[in-house]
Design a binder for this molecule. Structure first.
Ligand SMILES: [Zn+2]
Ligand SMILES: [Zn+2]
Length: 187
């Protein structure tokens, strides 16, 4: 039992790393790919709104980003259950839990950025850091640490510098005089 659970946890984390790097960012970089939703929709939205992606509020049934994410997790869980579920029940149960936990954590990190910053800072690093091709794991950074792809950003001097510059830009924008609306003159 314990061996199955530990193997299931390692498998789930390895899958987060591999699928995120090679499928979602690798294949999904092409705009016409089935997996384009991750880079072209999700990253774009999160980057613009300081991690918040309101699409996570919608019903996950559909062919949009959240629907495809759930479909992928359900497909890998179902495949594991059908192929090896009888032989390795604890491994399979842990892998299915891992898929559910991945969606739960990912959704929460994008609907409640303050929670994400505190509990999943590595995922904030993934979206908001200078290198969006790093920090692949979502629920726990185990494989990123192991494989050297963990690049912290939250709480660093660089982040403080970026935040100060963004605040300065916002302050200047707010202080700028409002342009008078163009008045249309009748000929
Ligand atoms: Zn990503
Ligand atoms: Zn994300």
């Amino acid at each position: 039992m314990l061996g199955g659970i530990v193997a299931g946890l390692i498998y789930s984390n390895a899958q987060e790393w591999l699928v995120h790097k090679y499928v979602l960012h690798g294949l999904g970089r092409k705009k016409d790919s089935f997996f384009a939703f991750h880079w072209h929709e999700h990253h774009k939205r999160a980057r613009k709104a300081d991690m918040r992606d309101e699409d996570y509020e919608r019903d996950p049934w559909g062919t949009h980003a959240q629907g495809k994410e759930v479909m992928m997790l359900a497909a890998t869980s179902a495949a594991a259950a059908l192929l090896i579920g009888r032989r390795y029940p604890w491994f399979t149960a842990t892998a299915v839990f891992g898929a559910w936990n991945y969606y739960r954590c990912h959704k929460k990190a994008h609907l409640d950025p303050a929670w994400g910053r505190e509990h999943l800072p590595w995922h904030v690093d993934h979206h908001m850091g200078p290198d969006q091709d790093a920090n692949w794991c979502v629920t726990h950074p185990f494989f990123d640490i192991l494989l050297g792809t963990r690049k912290p950003y939250v709480g660093t001097e660089l982040e403080a510098k970026h935040r100060a510059a963004a605040e300065e830009r916002a302050r200047k924008k707010a202080a700028a005089p409002v342009e008078a609306p163009a008045v249309a003159h009748a000929a």
